[in-house]
Design a protein around this ligand. Structure first.
Ligand code: ADE
Length: 226
């Protein structure tokens, strides 16, 4: 898989790709991530990429021309399955979207800034818009990093044990059951007995019950989609 990230602050987003699972995925060549500075496509020598909005609102809007130039250059080199715009006014990211995107070959992710981007970009160039939650960040970079992490860990071969991604919270529509490790007793607090029993069918039942119980308590809204 190849991911191209377009941003005015590419350095802001690079760090998450230099650590842990994501770094290993890149080192193993299971994913390629390329960063593009939108200012390299600015409309003048001063690096202009934004302008005041028509209609007299405050703030600045990212212009269509630099974005179009950058996306067109990338598209002249390969086909893209999705051109994604990170923005709070979009459908919220969920596990289903991450699963679908992890199967794509090439995607572009555009990070917004300021008051947003000229809406013609959204109408004409963007194929998918994603929010990471109902709150506003200063820019799309951190949201893009979250999206990439959620996708890359699902690419076959990225996680050592393929089943561990399948048992993530949300993968079956429920929150994950609680997990414990050694010691079996700490300050008189014991790990649930069943987990030490070695009776795996019973343990699986217990895990399903706990997953359902936690989902009912913490995220009852998830059960409506079941
Ligand atoms: N850009 C700013 N806020 C965002 C959000 N919540 N999700 C995605 N992109 C954003």
């Amino acid at each position: 898989m190849r991911i191209d990230i377009i941003s005015v602050l590419p350095d802001l987003i690079k760090s998450p790709f230099q650590h842990s699972i994501i770094k290993r995925a890149i080192d193993k060549k299971l994913v390629e991530v390329h960063f593009h500075n939108l200012r390299d496509y600015a409309i003048n020598d001063y690096g202009k990429i934004d302008d005041a909005p028509y209609g007299g609102e405050s703030g600045m809007v990212m212009m269509i021309e630099p974005i179009d130039k950058c996306i067109s250059k990338l598209q002249s080199e390969r086909n893209y399955d999705e051109i994604i715009y990170m923005t709070p006014d979009a459908e919220t990211l969920n596990q289903q979207t991450a699963n679908t995107l992890s199967l794509k070959e090439n995607i572009i992710i555009l990070c917004g800034h300021y008051k947003g981007i000229d809406h013609r970009v959204r109408d004409l160039l963007i194929t998918k818009e994603i929010s990471i939650g109902d709150y506003v960040l200063s820019g799309g970079e951190l949201a893009a990093a979250v999206l990439c992490d959620s996708i890359i860990r699902l690419i076959p071969g990225v996680l050592g044990n393929e089943t561990s991604a399948l048992s993530d919270s949300f993968q079956d529509g429920l929150l994950a059951p609680p997990v414990y490790t050694r010691p079996a007793e700490y300050k008189n607090i014991k790990v649930p007995e069943i987990l030490l029993s070695g009776n795996f069918p019973k343990i699986d039942n217990w895990k399903s019950e706990k997953a359902l119980e936690r989902t009912k308590r913490i995220r009852p809204d998830l059960l409506k989609n079941q």
